[in-house]
Design a protein around this ligand. Structure first.
Ligand code: ADP
Length: 210
């Protein structure tokens, strides 16, 4: 009888907006990691016909619904930023759904050597920390974050700053890290090399224990 593969190493990948998380996730996927992207899951849940839409409409009314039936993310973000109760209600609806879907997707990676949970708010919502063996933080300065997001997404400097301020501080994030990729003052090719070194170090760890 063939031996069952060892359980995958579960990595929580996080970092501030524009730190380079998605770039790192893609490189890890190219090595054979299964990447579970919680932002993509949240987007699917809130697209037209998405599973979260009836509850969101009930909680926040039509003003957060686009004409096509999907969530008006900008409107919702403004509400959630302005009012902590709104943010909590939003989280109470979305988080359990995101968790369920994340677990379902992670099961598909049962044969992968590594499952990466790409969770921008991993440190903020501590519940993810119990699910993973290691936390990988992609780190860079605030100036670099701003420059990248302005270039990538065309946001204003103030808009990027507002998101950075709503996220946990760089120091708090680093406190939770088992691995850190410093993605500052280097190009994407060097970042890829650093990811490759990290991948090798995970392989050297052997089978995970929690
Ligand atoms: P996040 O997912 O953390 O928001 P991304 O991986 O999307 O960040 O990176 C933000 C932008 O910065 C992307 O356009 C990406 O190509 C670019 N980028 C990431 N790392 C580097 C780097 N070391 N040098 C130059 N550009 C980078």
């Amino acid at each position: 009888m063939p031996l069952a593969p060892p359980p995958p190493l579960r990595i929580g990948l996080t970092g501030g907006i524009g730190s380079g998380k998605s770039t790192v996730a893609r490189r890890l996927a190219s090595h054979g990691a299964l990447v579970v992207d919680t932002d993509a899951i949240a987007r699917r849940l809130t697209q037209p016909g998405g599973a979260a839409m009836p509850a969101l409409r009930k909680a926040f009314g039509d003003s957060v619904i686009r004409p096509d039936g999907g969530l008006d993310r900008q409107q919702m973000r403004q509400l959630a930023f302005a009012d902590v109760l709104c943010r909590r209600r939003l989280e109470a609806i979305l988080h359990p759904m995101i968790s369920d879907e994340t677990q379902r997707e992670a099961l598909a990676g049962i044969a992968a050597p590594v499952v990466v949970f790409d969770v921008p708010l991993l440190v903020e919502s501590g519940r993810w920390l119990d699910l993973v063996h290691r936390v990988l933080v992609v780190d860079c300065s605030e100036d670099t974050q701003i420059a990248r997001v302005v270039r990538r997404s065309g946001w204003t400097v103030d808009a990027v700053r507002a998101v950075i301020e709503a996220q946990v501080s760089r120091e708090q994030r680093l406190l939770k890290a088992n691995d850190v990729l410093l993605n500052d003052g280097i190009d994407e090719a060097e970042l890829a090399r650093r990811v490759d070194v990290l991948w090798q170090s995970w392989k050297d760890l052997g089978a995970p224990t929690l």
